[in-house]
Design a protein. Structure first.
Length: 391
């Protein structure tokens, strides 16, 4: 496949560059959250997050309401790539699809090695890849990494996000309210009908989406799933872009409008609110607890083994080709970067252990340790592999 074809459409390149910048900001915010949680300002930091604004605390507004916009953007990106982008045909889906499957299954199995009983609920925590962080680390390498590997990583992460959304909907729900779930189903049906009737006014979709969010929030399914359901109904034109290179469908317009506020405001706020682990206040055993070890091992070992192993299998079976101009060492580096599981992993940790701050903190420790080491090793391997490729 020609490199020029791999780099189209232009929206995909904008997605990659935007996520890279957001990842670098996310690193700084995560570090700030850790400093705050272990400083004399820790009590004020926690009190601010618990302060109520109307019916919800500030923490809940961020995690349940603002993060619905993040999931809306994730859903829009998944839909666009599946219908009109780098995942629009089966040959393009096979390699990142296999890699994503391995990158979800192996970390989950490795987590079970360390955790049984109640803590086994956290099996999905190390199964997610943070695309913003991973691309942020990759951006530090500049042109040393082939463009095909950047696209492979982004496509893999999109499939990974789809898997995470399905896992959240199926495995991390509270008691279900049939009445509210039925109401949510009727609103979703209305959105589908609007799509079929070629309604293109985004305002109408967003108003219906707010009502959908409310009923899903009350139903027991996590409210952020409403963002993905809404994204499925936003119309997209499967036609060539305008002469200026920009597509003008409602999906493209909404995705473009959401990118900056989500990547540069909502996700950093989520990180600031949730990445602060009071390490100094934790019992000594928390550093080696089964949840901490299982999450860290899942990200640092399970992710690269699963991603590289399943990708190698797909190539070995001649189901797919290696990304253009990429070496095996560079593929290992990319697989290591997939062990950066920040945003979605933190989110799943909150859902897995809602009644245990200690288990949440242990999971966060594992996420931070596994993600940091994965990013560091991935950077080193890619830098060394790029030098070998040029020599």
């Amino acid at each position: 496949m020609a490199l020029s074809r791999l780099l189209s459409p232009s929206a995909f390149r904008q997605f990659v560059h935007g996520q890279s910048s957001a990842g670098l900001i996310l690193m700084a915010v995560a570090a700030a959250a850790l400093v705050l949680a272990n400083s004399p300002l820790a009590a004020s930091y926690e009190a601010l997050l618990e302060a109520h604004l109307g019916p919800l605390s500030l923490l809940h507004w961020i995690n349940d309401a603002l993060m619905a916009a993040f999931f809306l953007l994730v859903g829009l990106e998944i839909k666009r790539e599946l219908l009109d982008g780098q995942l629009s045909s089966w040959p393009r889906r096979i390699l990142p699809g296999f890699a994503a499957l391995g990158g979800m299954a192996v970390p989950a199995l490795l987590f079970f090695v360390f955790n049984m009983g109640e803590t086994a609920r956290g099996w999905a925590i190390p199964a997610a890849t943070d695309i913003a962080f991973a691309l942020g680390v990759m951006s530090l390498l500049g042109s040393r990494v082939p463009a095909s590997l950047r696209i492979f990583l982004a496509a893999l992460a999109i499939i990974d996000d789809l898997g995470a959304v399905i896992i959240i909907a199926l495995f991390y729900t509270a008691d279900i309210s049939a009445t509210d779930l039925l109401a949510a189903g009727l609103i979703f049906g209305l959105l589908v009908a609007m799509n079929r009737m070629h309604v293109r006014r985004l305002t109408l979709y967003l108003l219906a989406g707010l009502i959908l969010w409310l009923f899903i929030y009350r139903s027991g399914i996590h409210a952020t799933v409403a963002g993905v359901l809404l994204a499925m109904t936003i119309p997209i034109d499967r036609t060539p872009a305008r002469s200026d290179g920009d597509a003008d469908s409602p999906l493209h317009r909404l995705e473009h409008a959401l990118h900056k506020p989500v990547n540069f405001l909502i996700i950093p706020l989520f990180a600031l609110a949730n990445a602060g682990v009071p390490i100094l206040a934790l019992p000594p055993g928390a550093l080696t607890a089964p949840v901490t070890a299982g999450v860290a091992a899942g990200l640092l070992l399970g992710k690269p083994i699963g991603v590289f192993g399943f990708a190698w299998l797909a190539v070995r079976l001649k189901l797919a080709d290696m990304p253009a101009h990429a070496t095996r060492v560079q593929m290992i580096g990319i697989a290591l970067l997939c062990g950066i599981g920040f945003t979605m992993s933190l989110f799943i940790a909150l859902l897995a252990f809602p009644a245990s701050p200690l288990l949440q903190s242990e999971a966060k420790l594992g996420i931070l340790a596994g993600s940091f080491l994965s990013g560091l090793l991935g950077y080193i391997v890619l830098r060394l592999g790029s030098a070998d490729a040029r020599s």
